[in-house]
Design a protein around this ligand. Structure first.
Ligand SMILES: [Mg+2]
Length: 382
């Protein structure tokens, strides 16, 4: 059957929620179904477009206040985003619509997949290096910059990643397309998200963060509109992350309770999540490590997930929550936007703002949609 949004519904989309409540029973049901129907349908073109545009717009809205305190970010949310003034200010020297490294690197991953007809870490590494060496990158993280320099010198991708204890969110922020590619294969999803991360980051927390974001996007794509089960998503993500970084998995599980707390409370707890003494350099770059979301991968990924789970049916509210956490707002809004857009589809994203997206005069709304079309064609023919 075909829903009004054009989504094709297969029998195995019907969860046994009508039959029995409870995640455990549902999981057993899915496990049983997977033995007789091993192939899930691919995601729809509309949801993929929602994920890419959702990421780019979250990035463009968030970068306006990137690095600022939570108080300033909350003022931006209340006085600009909540008063229909979104898009009236950009981040100098750019006007509104410019997205940053998060979405540039995501776009390059999509381009690599199309060119190589699959994920090719070596090709993606070359594209990361080119983005930096050609001075096309807008905003940059330390680890990705260092790894890009190594890649440009000919270091293979298996050795180019920055070692622990650097654990920024650079690998997580570009991981969404891995969730698009492997929405039907969990083992490949986790394995490829790890490889994707290792190109620039080798700290297991940074790798786990990439698995969490790719996984969340994948689960969002699989959920029918209005059927997202937050507790099931949390459990799945924790299960995928645990073999890589058990402490991160435990932090993800805390979202079971944190998602019921107001943002003002939750941000204090999440901003300190996973912090160890050696992480001060990452967290301390920001106006206040406590109460502001730093680029450290644990709190920034958790805050992005929280923003989605807190408002799963409203893209702009998800973006507002992400930005209200302050600090690394372009990245938290980009990651949250990629998940929310994957779940809600393109029509949930404000079109007038999305149509102003750009990257220094290139790769605006229409070219990004064409990119999704090309990706979809490769995905569904492979
Ligand atoms: Mg950025």
């Amino acid at each position: 059957m075909i829903l009004p949004d054009g989504t094709l519904v297969f029998p195995w989309h019907f969860r046994p929620a009508q039959v029995a409540e409870g995640a455990m029973l549902t999981e057993w049901y899915e496990l049983w179904l997977s033995t007789i129907l091993p192939v899930r349908p691919p995601p729809t073109r509309d949801r993929l477009a929602g994920s890419l545009i959702g990421q780019c717009l979250g990035d463009a809205l968030g970068v306006v206040v990137e690095g600022y305190s939570r108080q300033i970010c909350e003022e931006y949310v209340e006085e600009i985003l909540l008063t229909d003034k979104a898009g009236t200010i950009g981040r100098s020297p750019h006007s509104f619509g410019q997205y940053t490294d998060d979405s540039q690197l995501t776009r390059e991953l999509v381009l690599s997949y199309i060119a190589r007809r699959g994920f090719d870490a070596a090709d993606y590494g070359r594209r990361i290096a080119a983005l930096f060496s050609e001075q096309r990158v807008v905003g940059r993280g330390r680890a990705t910059t260092e790894a890009a320099a190594r890649l440009a010198q000919g270091v293979p991708w298996t050795l180019s990643g920055v070692p622990a204890p650097y654990a920024g969110n650079g690998a997580a922020m570009r991981a969404a397309p891995i969730g698009w590619i492997f929405s039907r294969n969990d083992d490949a999803l986790v394995r490829t998200a790890r490889d994707q991360a290792r190109i620039t980051h080798t700290d297991p927390r940074a790798v786990a963060g990439a698995v969490a974001i790719a996984g969340a996007v994948s689960l969002a794509l699989r959920a029918m509109p209005g059927t997202l089960k937050p507790d099931r998503m949390i459990d799945r993500l924790a299960r995928w992350v645990r073999p890589i970084e058990p402490g991160f998995a435990t932090e993800i599980e805390r979202l079971h309770t944190l998602r019921h707390r107001d943002p003002d409370d939750a941000v204090w707890l999440i901003s300190r999540a996973g912090l160890r003494s050696g992480d001060a350099e990452v967290a301390g770059r920001w106006p206040s490590a406590e109460g502001t979301i730093s680029p450290y991968v644990v709190p920034s990924v958790l805050w992005s997930l929280y923003s989605v789970l807190r408002s799963p049916d409203d893209y702009m509210q998800t973006i507002r929550i992400a930005i209200s956490g302050g600090g690394d707002t372009d990245t938290t809004a980009a990651m949250a936007g990629a998940i929310s857009g994957a779940y809600l589809g393109l029509d949930a994203i404000p079109r007038p703002l999305a149509e102003r997206l750009e990257d220094c005069g290139t790769w605006g709304f229409r070219p990004l949609l064409s990119l999704v079309d090309s990706f979809y064609d490769v995905l569904t023919r492979s």
